[in-house]
Design a protein around this ligand. Sequence first.
Ligand code: NAD
Ligand code: KPL
Length: 306
Amino acid sequence: MAALWHILGAGSLGSLWAARLARAGVPVRLVLRNKARLEAYQANGGCLTLVENGVAQPVFIQAQTLDSNEPIERLLVACKAYDAEQAVAQVAARLHPDADVILLQNGLGSQDAVAARIPHTRCMFASSTEGAFRESDWRVVFAGHGYTWLGDAREPTPPALLQDLHDSGIAHEWTPDILTRLWRKLALNCAINPLTVLHDCRNGGLLEHHCEVATLCVELTDLLERCGQPAAARDLHTEVQRVIQATAANYSSMYQDVANGRRTEISYLLGYACAAAIRHQCAVPHLQQLQVRLTGHLASKGLRTD
Ligand code: NAD
Ligand code: KPL
């Protein structure tokens, strides 16, 4: 009998994972915030719709609330970074002693906070380049094929659950260097996303601000090295330029959050980088100035700055 997956956070990525696992025959439960969300899901027929390559497919998945008493063996945490710790705390008592937890959050900081809440449970970190968005409630569009790297900095043995990802066609790779991946992505996000918000432009618009981007990359490279992440620092500026070119027509995720009046994950990206710089006594004046400008901009829009 295959082990059951619980998906905490039935948003864009959580729904994308849940739908692919369920349609491959893996047993899945959605863990919803409260009775009202569960009723709304049931009123929708108890199914998610996955839109892939323009084709919409309904996928029937059982759901429950946080306070169900069903034990959890495999947990995918697919909340935003700022919600992950509290969400996991709400299901901590349900975790089986040998449970595996995957943390799918962007940035850094939330993973350690979650792991500290459940010190006896194996927590794996993930970094994904897949893209998904919710077209409406319970309907998710698989917008960008990519890859998900998973790893456990404390225990390099791959977990058995990878077989379910393989069977579900979830493109993934187990890596012993997940922290390198997460730091590298954080650095890319710090060099690109805030500037797209402040200059009100697509990623390609940063080609007109290449000096500003280059200056940030010098500081980020120094910071990564000081934080013991030399592999994440290697050729960072070249990679940032490559990503800007390759995604020139796109709006960054932070740009989209701000444009839609949503809270950003700033504390887990630029905020995390600036805090790490203080801890390591690493001078990053332009990153700090960027944080001041960005928080000022968010405040002026009535958005949270944490
Ligand atoms: P989302 O906002 O679409 O989904 C998060 C879901 O978590 C929401 O449905 C929310 O209601 C739910 N949630 C929050 N707290 C909860 C709680 N206590 N109990 C139950 N549910 C709760 O977010 P997303 O876009 O799927 O992003 C999730 C993470 O993945 C983020 O860190 C994001 O940066 C990262 N990521 C997203 C994408 C993408 O394309 N969407 C790509 C790469 C990385
Ligand atoms: O990950 C990104 C994002 O928009 O969050 C990219 C495309 C790398 C830009 O930083």
